[in-house]
Ligand binder design. Structure first.
Ligand code: NAD
Length: 547
């Protein structure tokens, strides 16, 4: 109160190495063993109360599906309605709490997560979502810490944007929270997204009903515990679980539904958008619909590119976290003159990759998330093998005997519009189209027009002219465009993230562009010495000229 306290200048959280013998490795594996033994029961969190229901579901590890690691309580209609009531009740105080007090909760959460919570959330992410040491560290530790340190800084910048005032008056913009609750729906593949989607609106004074992915409930539970310890008041974020369609059927048509903060697949976001359109007359205000959705991310290679840099970017970009990043490279256009060299380099690297449990630090590639994903990805591979325009360059093995393991798979397709060049597979499958190097410009057009998505993309070239040509031709093909780098690994505060076309509303998570969507500005004009007479000076006739 009575101060203009500035949020500490944020800096990106350093990524720990987890090298053999490092203290972080010891601490992490100790916590992993504890968490495995604990078999966490995940309740619903409504109005600050943990609620257990009659309907329970087991949580199993994707890399060892015989292993039960906990259970989830699922809610029905009464619990979902209670969650809305709790959010609306908490809104009264939270929306009026000074910004510094709200920001402090998340700055504290960041510090807790940079400390002992790091091992817990990373272990939960490994156990529940099959991320290895590095993938868990960059996601559930570093990226989430960054969201909690950078967002208060961006919010402060938004609040500082004020209009001019002319003499005799004072104009202000008040960045009000939305009038209602926000419905946050999060995907399985990033613990950081799960932790950011409910909190970005909350930082701006909103309250939230949060539905995490059914396959990321263990990490969602520890995120709620982190909020509690950081001092988030009861009811500000209410976690619900259960069949997503049924939850949406209650929340989307609610008159107080003021916004949707979604990340996940394009068809689900379409269904939510349609439901909102259908319910338009019931809402108090036009709901804000913010959604980051699927991708078919490309790597466009020019013949001036460094072939080894291309090969390394493709291996990392396509196969880290089993290709289950929305930004993962999944189609590449390679000039015929470079293909033999890139193919050899990639095959050598891929041959050294071990596929297996993320608990074994030697395994670069681990299991995909669940049976449904395994079956879907396997079907793409089986069908691609049958297609005469395709050649299998590497991999193709799928094994679900113990966990959902799919080996890194590279397909060469002579048809640039084949199914695996166009559709999001969301697994470790990369399709390559080899083009005649003279057809660079045509291939740029082809890349732009092949897929409905426009999330991430990369160009590899040494010639500046080629880089510029790609930058222009692919202007609308990606919301995040990389030059001589893999298309994954956006860092909060450095590469604000989001895509256009079928990939989302492009409201750039981790930037002011996202936070501003959770506000509805009120303009306030105060006049210090208002006029006391309605008449303006112009209202009067010239005196009649004397004749
Ligand atoms: P998904 O669409 O299956 O699920 C996302 C969330 O929506 C989950 O919580 C799920 O339970 C819920 N859901 C499913 N049906 C619903 C319904 N009818 N109403 C409301 N909620 C519903 O996606 P996923 O498998 O968890 O994640 C993978 C997808 O997410 C991929 O398409 C990927 O590209 C995308 N993704 C995009 C970004 C991005 O920033 N663009 C980031 C991460 C993931």
């Amino acid at each position: 109160m009575n101060s203009r306290a500035a949020v500490p200048t944020p800096v990106n959280e350093p990524v720990l190495s987890y090298a053999p013998g490092s203290p972080e490795r010891v601490k992490f594996f100790k916590r992993l063993a504890e968490l495995k033994a604990k078999k966490t029961e995940v309740p619903l969190f409504i109005g600050g109360t943990e609620i257990r229901t009659a309907r329970k579901r087991e949580i199993r590890s994707p890399y060892d599906h015989g292993q039960v690691i906990g259970k989830v309580n699922e809610g029905g209609v009464p619990e979902i309605k209670k969650a809305v009531a709790a959010a609306m009740k908490a809104r009264k105080e939270w929306s009026r709490m000074p910004f510094q007090a709200r920001a402090a909760v998340f700055l504290k959460a960041a510090d807790l997560l940079a400390g002992d919570y790091r091992w817990t959330l990373n272990a939960a992410t490994m156990l529940g979502q099959s991320k290895n040491l590095h993938q868990a560290e960059i996601d559930s530790a570093c990226e989430l810490i960054d969201f909690y340190r950078f967002n208060p800084h961006f919010a402060q910048e938004i609040y500082a944007r004020q209009p001019d005032s002319s003499r005799g008056c004072w104009n202000r913009l008040q960045f009000r929270p939305l009038e209602g609750f926000v419905y946050a729906v999060t995907p399985f593949n990033f613990t950081a997204i799960a932790g950011n989607l409910p909190t970005a609106p909350v930082l701006m004074g909103n309250t939230v009903v949060w539905k995490p992915s059914g396959t990321a409930m263990l990490s969602a539970y520890w995120i709620m515990k982190l909020f509690e310890e950081a001092g988030l008041p009861p009811g500000v974020i209410n976690l619900v679980a259960g069949p997503s369609g049924a939850i949406s059927d209650i929340l989307l048509p609610h008159p107080d539904m003021a916004g949707v903060h979604f990340t996940g697949s394009t068809p689900v976001f379409h269904s939510m958008w349609n439901a909102v359109a259908k319910n338009m007359p019931v809402y108090r205000s036009y709901p804000r619909l913010v959604g980051e959705t699927g991708g078919k991310d490309f790597v466009m290679v020019h013949s001036s590119a460094d072939p080894d840099a291309v090969a390394a970017a493709l291996v990392r970009g396509a196969f880290e976290y089993q290709g289950q990043k929305c930004s993962a490279a999944s189609r590449a256009y390679i000039p015929a003159d470079l293909w033999p060299r890139i193919r050899k380099s990639m095959k050598d690297m891929l041959a050294s990759i071990e596929v297996g449990s993320p608990e074994d630090p030697g395994c670069f590639v681990n299991a995909v998330i669940d049976r449904k994903a395994f079956d879907k990805i396997k079907a793409y591979i089986v069908n691609a093998k049958k297609d005469k325009s395709n050649k299998l360059v590497f991999g193709g093995t799928c094994d679900d005997s113990q966990g959902y393991f799919i080996h890194p798979t590279v397909i060469e397709s002579s048809d640039p519009k084949s199914v695996t060049m166009r559709e999001e597979i969301f697994g470790p499958v990369l399709t390559i189209h080899v083009y005649a190097e003279k057809k660079w410009k045509e291939t740029l057009q082809l890349c732009d027009a092949t897929s409905a998505y426009a999330l991430t993309g990369a160009v590899f070239a040494r010639e500046r002219k080629a880089i510029l040509e790609a930058e222009l031709a692919l202007e609308n093909a990606a919301g995040n465009f990389y030059i001589n780098d893999k298309p994954t690994g956006a860092v909060v505060g450095q590469q604000p993230f989001g895509g256009g076309r079928a990939s989302g509303t492009n409201d750039k998570a981790g930037s002011f562009l996202n936070l501003i969507r959770w506000t509805s500005a009120r303009t306030i004009k105060e006049t210090f010495d208002p006029p006391k007479d309605y008449r303006y000076p112009w209202l009067g006739r010239e005196p009649k000229a004397e004749s």
